[in-house]
Write a protein that binds this ligand. Structure first.
Ligand code: AMP
Length: 173
């Protein structure tokens, strides 16, 4: 099953910039069987974790994140790039290869003590997921886990996340 998923990921060289090997997950999303396998693999480790909110990171983290939230009977919270969320927000900065960027969350998205799962399609350097974790913690949320469809092992992004929290990556490249 997992091998079928891995084979479906399409690697696009030099997209969007030279030197980046872009992992395109759209062949998984468009196939009903692979989509179901992916959602189950991302959800199963957290079924009995008391999670009430799934936080998904713009933009590809919205797709599977919302499906995971539905599976867990949890709510879905979007994390967006600066200036996109309409209500009052908290913001965090994270490093890019050149410069930095901001992500935001609505200030009322998570209640203190809520158990939160953070999802994105892919973890590379871990900067985006680490900044998301800071946003969740600033709102008083308890991070119950991280779930990624793809982890780029060489970049060791998981070393930027808390060591005592469950991190699930379905596919490793
Ligand atoms: P990072 O903060 O370095 O862990 O980057 C993770 C974010 O960038 C995720 O939202 C990914 O969707 C995106 N990303 C980074 N590298 C890639 C890649 N090689 N292919 C597809 N998406 C990527």
């Amino acid at each position: 099953m997992i091998t079928r998923l891995a084979r479906a990921v399409r690697t696009i060289p030099d997209f969007p910039d030279k030197g980046i090997q872009f992992k395109d997950i759209t062949p998984i999303l468009s196939d009903p069987i692979l989509l179901r396998i992916a959602v189950n693999a991302l959800t199963d480790p957290f079924r009995d974790s008391g999670i009430t909110r799934v936080v998904g990171i713009e933009a590809r983290g919205f797709i599977l994140g919302a499906m995971i939230a539905d599976e867990l009977a949890a709510g879905f919270i979007p994390i967006r790039k600066a200036g996109k969320l309409p209500f009052r927000t908290l913001s965090e900065t994270y490093d890019l290869e050149y410069g930095s960027d901001h992500i935001e969350i609505h200030e009322d998205a998570i209640l203190p003590g809520e158990r939160v799962l953070i999802h994105d399609d892919l973890i590379a350097t871990g900067g985006t997921a680490a900044a998301t974790a800071r946003l969740v913690r600033r709102l008083g949320g308890k991070i119950a886990g991280f779930s990624f469809l793809i982890e780029l092992d060489d970049l060791d992004g998981r070393s930027r996340l808390e060591t005592d929290i469950t991190i699930i990556s379905v596919l490793h490249f």
